[in-house]
Design a protein around this ligand. Structure first.
Ligand SMILES: Nc1ncnc2c1ncn2[C@@H]1O[C@H](COP(=O)(O)OP(=O)(O)OP(=O)(O)O)[C@@H](O)[C@H]1O
Ligand SMILES: [Mg+2]
Length: 457
């Protein structure tokens, strides 16, 4: 027993061995063989696509997506599909695209990129995902700011600032005889010493409401909240055209229900209205993001699209989803998208919705099984993220080419050239090598076969 435990504990010395024997700070290969979506930029940037051809396709897509030549800023929609079987590197490729967009940010380009790791089963979930990526807190601030600007403007009917009218309305609700009730707002009635300016009270919904309700009786407070709500909803409804979206934004601003709950409210309901709502919602989100984050472009990277196309959805629901996605693209072209999916998923889309397939499928990058050259390149890139001496020439050591050759010779056809299989294997081999090999020794074909004989020919 002691013996076994001692053996397990030798893992402690493994890291030291990696440095001593191979000049590697860590074992850089993800042991799960799954792209790590929280990897830092400097790592993602090293893990370049496995072929020049893929890189070129990505470059062309990004050029065209960012280009304003053509039909103008409101007609920018451009789609790319990353297609490949499980473990072929779709997620890694999306991460790399996200990284490249991020690197571009300067005054001329400032693309806002959201990565969605699972599109959900409804289009509204995909959009909800976008809201939560922007950050619900941020979104709340932006919406509040939009509302304040709305209140500061003059009402078209009587030429007074809306905030004054709002205050009058609340003022009329009050039955108590306290003439100074609203002086603290410094907006109506004569100013008092401790009066606050509009700028000071309008810092947040909670704060302004607090000031408004100050001194009101419970039933008057209720009525005042309603007056306030009517204004907010009217503001958003005027801007974003659909009342349910206005209600949803109201819920975000006031934070009075959980956002998921208000989201549920928005997405359940009559199916025939959903598509309209989603279009307007995406439009609002894109607009707000561009305005408040100074974004020049809005790019959605949606991973795991096969969850939709060949996942849990019934055909009728899938049909509905694809139709909605198509109308989303047709009605709102102010964004660009990259969808990752496997071949079966794409075939299903082609079969169920040829119009959608032609909209999203005009550009496709196919991730094919790795050959020896691309495999060597991928392994080298991983190793270079962990080298103690970064200036060193990019090399394959402690692996050699015969080891790579062996890894590409799998019994199972579907593992042949699979980045996931290769990465997982590299992880394992490096762990064993740190234990077993001496400095200067290499991971060669014999070493590979020794540990992976069940999987290799
Ligand atoms: N160009 C690359 N450079 C370095 N590593 C890569 C590259 N492409 C893929 N990989 C690695 O291969 C493994 C599988 O890739 P990834 O997780 O992206 O596959 P996937 O196609 O998204 O799989 P799934 O369909 O299961 O989601 C990951 O560990 C990833 O880091
Ligand atoms: Mg993936």
């Amino acid at each position: 027993m002691e013996n076994i435990l001692d053996k397990i504990k030798t893992v402690d010395s493994l890291e030291g061995n990696l440095i001593e024997k191979f000049s590697l700070k860590i074992n850089p290969f993800p042991k799960s063989g799954i792209a790590n979506i929280s990897d830092a930029d400097n790592i993602v940037g090293e893990l370049v696509p496995t072929s020049e051809e893929i890189t070129n396709e990505i470059v062309r897509y990004m050029q065209d997506a960012l280009s304003n030549s053509g039909q103008g800023v409101d007609n920018k929609y451009l789609s790319l599909i990353i297609r490949g079987d499980y473990g072929m590197g779709k997620t890694q490729t999306l991460m790399y695209i996200k990284y490249l967009f991020g690197q571009l940010s300067n005054e001329r380009f400032n693309p806002y990129v959201v990565y969605i790791d699972n599109p959900g089963v409804k289009l509204s979930e995909l959009i909800g995902n976008i809201v939560s990526q922007i950050g619900i807190e941020n979104f709340r601030r932006y919406l509040w700011d939009i509302f304040c600007k709305y209140l500061e403007k003059e009402d078209t009917d009587n030429g007074r600032p809306r905030k004054d009218i709002l205050l009058d309305k609340v003022n009329q609700l009050k039955t108590t005889n306290d003439p100074n009730l609203f002086t603290s707002l410094g907006i109506s009635v004569e100013s008092q010493n401790e009066s606050l300016s509009w700028d000071q009270v309008s810092i947040s919904y909670k704060y302004l409401l607090d000031k408004l309700l100050n001194g009101l009786k419970t039933n008057e407070q209720k009525a005042a909240v309603q007056v306030f709500k009517d204004y907010l909803v009217k503001c958003f409804a005027e801007k974003y055209e659909i009342s349910s979206i206005a209600e949803y934004f109201y819920d975000i601003v006031t934070d009075n229900t959980s956002v998921t709950k208000s989201w549920d409210k928005l997405i359940t309901g009559d199916v025939k209205y959903i598509e309209k709502r989603e279009v307007h919602l995406l439009k609002a989100i894109v607009e707000i993001t561009k305005q408040y984050l100074n974004a020049t472009d809005f790019v959605i990277l949606a991973d795991e699209f096969e969850e939709i196309a060949i996942g849990r959805l019934k055909d009728a629901d899938l049909d509905n989803y694809l139709r909605n996605l198509r109308s989303l693209i047709d009605k709102e072209k102010n964004w660009c998208s990259v969808f990752a999916m496997n071949g079966d998923a794409y075939r299903k889309i082609e079969k169920m919705s040829p119009p959608l397939a032609s909209r999203i499928g005009d550009r496709v990058i196919d991730l094919k099984p790795l050959d020896k050259v691309s495999c060597i390149r991928m392994i080298k890139n991983y190793l270079s993220t962990a080298r103690v001496d970064n200036g060193e020439e990019i090399s394959l050591s402690p692996f050699d080419e015969s080891a790579v050759q062996a890894l590409l010779n799998t019994k199972e056809q579907k593992l042949q050239g699979s980045p996931r299989f290769i990465i997982q294997s590299c992880y394992l081999l490096l762990q064993r090598a740190a234990e077993e090999l001496e400095k200067g020794q290499i991971i060669d074909q014999a070493f590979v076969v020794k540990y992976l004989s069940d999987k290799l020919k």
